[in-house]
Design a protein around this ligand. Structure first.
Ligand code: 6PG
Length: 470
């Protein structure tokens, strides 16, 4: 990804790019394979730093973690005040906040930057989410704007100053969480259609390609069709049937959920997607459980076309929930860490270049433009109507999945979230009663202000009290 980003930068008018890798061999290969880039090859940190024009800007693309700290410390010892170090890896935003705090006294700008789009995006235009100081963005912004993807609707570059210190990596983390949810929802849609209608992967590829011409249009739907159409050269079977069903994860999805728990934001669709990958990898447990009973008999839907349309609608509704939850986490993170994140700008820079690029991000941008204080994306008029139109189909799909014994954790948890959110009254009242019973945790009443406790072990009269600290 680093070499592709360097090639992208080098291809822009007026840019000369110096490249350095701790393995000089790799640097030499890159320079030899891409003479058109006019790279300046450096074989040591000293050489690399000496080759940069001042104020210097260096973009680090290494595996997140200790490696990043090592490279940063080499650069910091050679850079001067006003120079900029960009970390373009998938760093944990807490590390980014720490690194910025350590580096800022030196006068060097440290800019944690989310970059999405994989290798191809890095070369042809990624979506870029820089954090760091507003001052650093004055220098960095114009450079990043030249290499970022351009939104097809208005040609705007998919980059903006997301917020200070760790904001860029936080937003990229949530992007990845949404990516997990979107991928899991698509996988559930595929599984339900295959098991319910008996269609082949190639036939389902056609269905996804068709969906990609409508409101579901997105990069992930597009590549899903390609993966489903792929035939294994060795066996002649659909490739999807010979790939081991254990999904990997590098951690950003789990971080999204861990931070959501800390922030108290229910990102249930994302969480189920992360857990679904974990479950898939529990091979020994899955083998031990393989003999557990499921529903009797096989499953075939009565009307395949109607079912496929239901699945399409359920997918759209669940996807809206996943994005709504993701934006909730961005809003909560911004409040917690003091970032002035513009939600509409985030939707705009995700319209192209990134893995979750999708037509409906325009709708999200519009929703936040209309009401920047929107309480939840799902209550914005367009999304409210979309979900209202899909909800019956969504329910039929979740019921069918449960009856057939097909796991659809992201579909069903998204629906449960939707019903929880719109419920006039939740059984949380009973939970409060239980907490008060065993721990005197107190409760509030619907009919008067104050904090109350029932004397459960005494005469069960109610007293007004101070809030429990538990
Ligand atoms: C992107 C991707 C990219 C990568 C993630 C996900 O935006 O370009 O999100 O960052 O694919 O690391 O990886 P896992 O699925 O392995 O967690």
């Amino acid at each position: 990804m680093g070499s592709n980003l360097a090639r992208n930068l080098a291809s822009r008018e007026g840019n000369t790019v110096a490249v350095f890798n701790r393995s000089p061999e790799r640097t030499r290969t890159l320079v030899t394979e891409h003479p058109e880039a006019g790279f300046v090859a450096a074989e040591s940190y000293d050489e690399f730093v000496a080759s940069l024009a001042t104020p210097r800007t260096a973009i680090i693309m290494v595996q997140a973690g200790r490696g990043t700290d090592a490279v940063i410390s080499e650069l910091v010892s050679r850079f001067e005040p006003g120079d900029i170090i960009v970390d373009g890896g998938n760093a944990n935003f807490h590390d980014t906040i720490r690194r910025e705090g350590e580096i800022s006294p030196t006068g060097i700008h440290f800019v944690g930057t989310g970059i999405s789009g994989g290798e191809e995006g890095a070369l042809n235009g990624p979506s870029i989410m820089p954090g760091g100081t507003a001052e650093s963005y004055e220098t960095l912004g114009p450079i990043l704007e030249t290499i970022a993807a351009r939104a097809p609707e208005d040609g705007a570059p998919c980059v903006t100053h997301v917020g200070t210190d760790g904001a860029g990596h936080f937003v990229k983390m949530v992007h990845n969480g949404i990516e997990y949810a979107d991928m899991q929802l698509i996988a559930e849609a595929y599984d339900l259609i295959r098991q319910g209608t008996g269609k082949t992967p190639a036939e389902i590829a056609d269905i996804f390609a068709e969906w990609n011409t409508g409101e579901l249009e997105s990069y992930l739907i597009e590549i899903t069709a390609e993966v489903l159409r792929q035939v294994d050269a060795e066996t002649g079977a659909p490739l999807v049937d010979v790939i081991l069903d254990s999904a990997g994860a590098k951690g950003t999805g789990a971080w999204t959920v861990q931070n959501a728990l800390d922030l108290g934001v229910p990102v249930s669709g994302i969480a189920e997607a992360v857990f679904a990958r974990s479950l898939s990898s529990q091979r020994a447990q899955r083998e031990a459980a393989a003999s557990l009973p499921g529903p009797d008999g096989g499953w075939a839907v009565a009307d395949a076309d109607a079912f496929i349309e239901d699945v399409r609608q359920a997918l759209y509704a669940s996807k809206i929930i996943a994005y709504s939850q993701g934006f909730d986490e961005i809003i909560a993170g911004a409040a917690q860490f003091g970032w002035d994140v513009k939600k509409g700008d985030i939707a705009r820079i995700w319209r192209a270049g990134c893995i979750i690029r999708a037509r409906f991000l325009n709708r999200i941008a519009d929703a936040y433009a209309e009401d920047p204080e929107l309480l939840a994306l799902v209550v914005a008029p367009y999304f409210r109507d979309a979900v209202a139109g899909a909800q019956q189909a969504w329910r039929r799909v979740v019921v069918a999945a449960a009856q057939a014994g097909i796991p659809a954790p992201a579909f069903s948890s998204s629906l449960a979230y939707y019903d929880g959110l719109r419920a006039e009254r939740l059984p949380a009242a009973l939970v409060q009663g239980q907490r008060d019973f065993f721990g005197a945790h107190t409760y509030q009443r619907v009919d008067k202000p104050g904090v109350f406790h029932t004397l459960w072990s005494g005469d069960r009269s109610e007293i007004e009290t101070t809030p429990s600290s538990h």
